[in-house]
Design a protein around this ligand. Structure first.
Ligand SMILES: Cc1cc2nc3c(=O)[nH]c(=O)nc-3n(C[C@H](O)[C@H](O)[C@H](O)COP(=O)(O)OP(=O)(O)OC[C@H]3O[C@@H](n4cnc5c(N)ncnc54)[C@H](O)[C@@H]3O)c2cc1C
Length: 221
């Protein structure tokens, strides 16, 4: 069947909100009701600001509900290309930010309890030629320890509640959850700051032991 519209709009049709009079003033006015505008709006509104979002289409009608739903944190330019363009440190920082954005999305979906059939299914990157393998192998500088831990164990959480809200009956009255989340963030950041390449690097040679000369005089017989 050929369709001009997005296939999944049939099951999740776009809705247009009821027209409402526009308030004369707002703390923040956002143009664009896609992921970017709405994510900013919800954050601002929860922080107590009055927010108005305007769009010339229905909310999400731009790219945000047309996309393929792939939540990979990998960027199109890989580590090698980014490092060539921006230097090693910046490349690692850019890739880390892409990963942090993905984690923020997972957290957002869980905390807002968004029923979107979200599933982490993993991703296979194959090497079909020796050149591909070399390229993948060089990217060890872009793989952080937290990614390795997560690949083996899933998202890193010191406690159930440090990952997602809603898993514990005493969450509302619990005073330690915020602290566990802070500890979690510190551990994740520490693991994120070390790359596989750094782990594989040969250890630095130990410092030369300090030598002291001892004057030696042989006694003549
Ligand atoms: C076909 C396709 C597939 C994609 N697949 C993926 C994917 O699998 N994974 C992934 O991570 N990303 C994917 N993307 C990218 C992703 O969808 C976008 O990065 C994301 O949706 C951008 O969100 P946004 O809010 O910035 O933009 P949009 O969702 O486009 O929102 C911008 C809004 O601004 C409004 N607007 C613009 N100008 C004005 C104006 N002057 N006045 C009023 N309103 C205005 C538009 O109407 C629109 O609603 C895909 C994109 C497309 C198009």
């Amino acid at each position: 069947m050929r369709k001009n519209d997005v296939y999944w709009w049939s099951d999740a049709p776009l809705t247009a909100p009821e027209p409402k009079p526009v308030p004369a003033a707002a703390d923040v006015v956002i143009v664009g009701a896609g992921y970017t505008g709405l994510a900013a709006a919800i954050r601002l509104a929860r922080a107590g600001r009055s927010v108005q979002v305007f769009d010339r289409q229905r909310p999400g009608e731009g790219a945000s509900t047309r996309n393929g739903g792939i939540t990979s944190g990998n960027l199109r330019p890989g580590h090698a290309e980014l490092a060539k363009r921006f230097g090693e440190d910046r490349a690692v920082a850019i890739l880390a930010e892409a990963k942090a954005a993905r984690e923020d999305l997972y957290r957002f979906i869980a905390e807002e309890r968004i029923d979107c059939d979200f599933a982490l299914t993993g991703r296979f990157s194959g090497a079909s030629a020796p050149g591909d393998y070399d390229r993948l192998a060089r990217d060890a500088g872009a793989i952080s320890l937290v990614e390795i831990v997560e690949a083996m164990e899933g998202p890193l959480g010191m406690t159930e509640c440090s990952l997602h809200a809603g898993n514990c009956g005493i969450e509302q009255s619990c005073g330690v959850r915020a602290n566990w989340r802070r500890i979690n963030d510190v551990v994740v950041e520490a693991l994120r700051s070390v790359t596989l390449a750094q782990m594989l690097a040969a250890p630095a040679p130990p410092p030369e032991p300090e030598t002291r000369r001892i004057a030696l005089h042989l006694a003549n017989a």
